[in-house]
Design a protein around this ligand. Sequence first.
Ligand code: RIB
Length: 303
Amino acid sequence: MGVFVLGSINLDAVARVDDLPRPGETVAGLSLELFLGGKGANQAVAAARMGAPTRLMGAVGKDDSGASLKVKLAGYGVQVADVAELSGAPTGQAHVWVSNGGENMIVVTGGANMMITPQQVAATALEGQRVLLAQLETPASAIEALFKAGAAKGGLRVLNAAPALPQGAALFPLTDILILNQTELATYARLDHEPAKLEEVSKAARKLMSRPDQTIIVTLGKTGVAAVRRDEAFLVEGRKVKAVDTVGAGDCFCGALAAGLAANLDLREAVEQANAAAALSVQKPGAAPSMPSKREVEVFLEG
Ligand code: RIB
């Protein structure tokens, strides 16, 4: 059973710097590389590399970047028949700065990603798609159309509500599994600090639930991952690895989790597998190119 991703496709221009610049400051870049990125594309690549038949719905511009990103996606095993090439907008771009200390800053110019319509989504056949996965770099109206159509077809609706946007919260009632990081949880739950301990995370996550059958998963960086349901909460501890580039680690987690759920793993197994995949992804540069294969994750989990 497959994973259907609705999401963004970006050309990531990644500059490495010693230290991130402050407002008004100019700093020298140590290197500049171009990668396939975008939360939707990254998550689709992660799911496909974990062995799930994966379709991506999105949009690129009718330009050189759009064509080459589609070729790259297909090279990772992602089905791209639902990726439109639009003449009215350029391919999305992300300007990413990564410091030697591993911190990053990202500016995304959405371009064609923002042109996806609910009508396009509603016209798509979703038969056989076990997991429907979306993020917030495409219009909320399109995600709403996907989740409404998906519910009728029995698909599991997974929303990675990143970046944190006010319109994201309106999608929570349509969602079966919500994935957030600590910062996003604090924003949506209107907290004045980022919760860290499982008890505090659970309390904040439950504030966002609107149905008893919802699950909220919170990625907690080095601490690990918390999974919260109405009546239970558990923590899968983070794995100690040396991070080279954390851009796309959250996307790796989401895509790998979707692949695990599509393969009928139970929630804890799927979270453990996705946690291991994300730990492997931070050890390589780039977002999409750092997604590990299923075999690499299995070896890591055995070791
Ligand atoms: O989550 C990382 C991604 O966010 C990058 O690949 C960039 O394109 C932005 O969408």
